[in-house]
Design a protein around this ligand. Structure first.
Ligand code: KMH
Ligand code: ZN
Length: 278
């Protein structure tokens, strides 16, 4: 049954520089304001990367804890921390992200070329992330950058069991140079491949850069959910930089309403994803 639309905002990421994208939220105050405004517009989940005082990506444990606490205090959003971090982050720091106690965390299902870099996700590291999240009651979002990552997920669940909460939710991250392209045909193939995963598995999708709108439309039409934000998209339209994450969330909400699949509330999103109520 097609339900409303889960909208995740990914406001910051690790790839864009504040100097080049001044609207990027990099301080805790900027992140919190963005979170509150995106929640008011219809976002239910926030996918969080944090920055240091020089606006560089960091996985500093104190900052992560402070960020989780501030988002919980100031919003009802489901707080999803990135364990992907930046391509330069060591595995130990990425695993330690879970110590900050988020509601959810990302878990990328394989290694891929990432532009000129390599985003390393060894099998043992994926297993560590998955099993630690099971032990700690953190709900994973499995990040799928390529179709083979779905096969890896099938293997992971077969060997190590369902995630905490029992529900499987994946996010198709499309259009990364080195990953699957952000096209309707590829989204349809990825959607088809979900039949090999547990019944009831849900998906979101996000398209990097100019694949943003095709992926958004394809996901809505296939019964999927949406991730939007400046982690993935810094150009709103040809020649027009994104002004804020709110602009991207507002556009996603508009498309979801047109599709007669209005945004899920945070309570509905918790039910869908198997995240415990606050
Ligand atoms: N920044 C990328 C290297 C995630 O957040 O889990 C990884 C990424 C995926 O963004
Ligand atoms: Zn991310």
């Amino acid at each position: 049954m097609t339900t409303g639309t889960l909208i995740t905002v990914a406001p910051t990421g690790a790839e864009s520089a504040k100097a080049e994208v001044p609207a990027l939220p990099v301080t805790l105050d900027e992140l919190l304001l963005t979170a509150k405004e995106c929640e008011a517009l219809g976002a239910a989940v926030i996918h969080v990367h944090i920055r240091d005082d020089e606006a560089r990506p960091t996985l500093d444990q104190g900052r992560l804890r402070e960020t989780v606490a501030a988002l919980r205090e100031g919003t009802d959003l489901i707080v999803q921390l990135s364990t992907g971090g930046a391509v330069t982050d060591p595995e130990a720091d990425r695993l330690a992200v879970l110590d900050a106690g988020p509601d959810m965390a990302s878990c990328t299902m394989g290694t891929l070329n990432f532009g000129d870099d390599v985003f390393l996700n060894r099998w043992e590291f994926i297993v560590d992330l998955h099993t630690r999240m099971q032990e700690r009651g953190i709900v994973p979002e499995y990040e799928i950058f390529d179709l083979g990552h779905l096969t890896a997920l099938q293997r992971l669940l077969g060997k190590h069991g369902l995630p905490h909460g029992g529900h499987v939710h994946v996010d198709f991250v499309m259009g990364v140079p080195g990953g699957m392209p952000g096209t309707t045909a590829t989204l349809a193939a990825a959607h088809q491949a979900l039949r090999d995963l547990p019944e009831g598995t849900t998906f979101s999708a996000t398209g990097i850069g100019r694949s943003t709108i095709p992926v958004l439309l394809a996901s809505l039409s296939a019964g999927g959910h949406l991730r939007v934000g400046m982690e993935d998209t810094v150009t709103y339209a040809k020649g027009r930089p994104v002004e804020s994450n709110m602009q991207l969330v507002a556009r996603a909400v508009g498309f979801a309403q047109l599709a007669q699949r209005p945004p899920l509330t945070t309570t509905e999103a918790r039910e869908l994803l198997g995240v415990a109520p606050r």
